[in-house]
Design a binder for this molecule. Structure first.
Ligand code: HEC
Length: 110
């Protein structure tokens, strides 16, 4: 009597487990997701990039300014006391990601 319902449920259970497309892994962070990238910045730049202590605010600053600064860090054009962590930080970001981050923080109202 109990075998028939189980046999019907098993294929349903298997279907529920097969939502992940072939080749995709649930543990891979989507690096094209700007919200994920921007979350890294708020550790130092404060909640929503509002600035924290000596660390400048990013929120509401013109995108062109943010891109210029980030590319300067990435290309080692900023040195000395004004370049502590950002030159190293920016090595991990592509120009496309830098532009996306700049647009992300620029569109927020200060
Ligand atoms: C470990 C702390 C830390 C993290 C994480 C961090 N920053 Fe910074 N950021 C700084 C510091 C400190 C400065 C000042 C320059 C320096 O000393 O390198 C700065 C400066 C900047 C500036 C220059 C602002 C200006 O007006 O001159 C920009 C733009 C910037 N950061 C963007 C980002 C973005 C975007 C991220 C995330 C991808 C990020 N930062 C992550 C600490 C951090």
């Amino acid at each position: 009597m109990m075998r028939a319902p189980l046999a019907l449920l098993l294929p349903l259970a298997l279907m529920a487990c097969s939502n992940t497309p072939p080749g995709a892994s649930a543990s891979v962070i989507p690096v094209n997701n700007t919200a994920v990238l921007a979350a890294n910045c708020t550790t130092c730049h404060g909640v929503d990039g509002r600035g924290s202590g000596d660390i400048p605010a990013l929120r509401g600053r013109p995108a062109a300014h943010l891109i210029k600064r980030m590319m300067a860090f990435k290309n080692h054009q900023v040195t000395g006391a004004n370049a502590t962590v950002m030159p190293l930080m920016m090595q991990g970001y592509s120009a496309t990601q830098i532009e996306a981050l700049a647009q992300w923080f620029a569109k927020e109202t200060p």
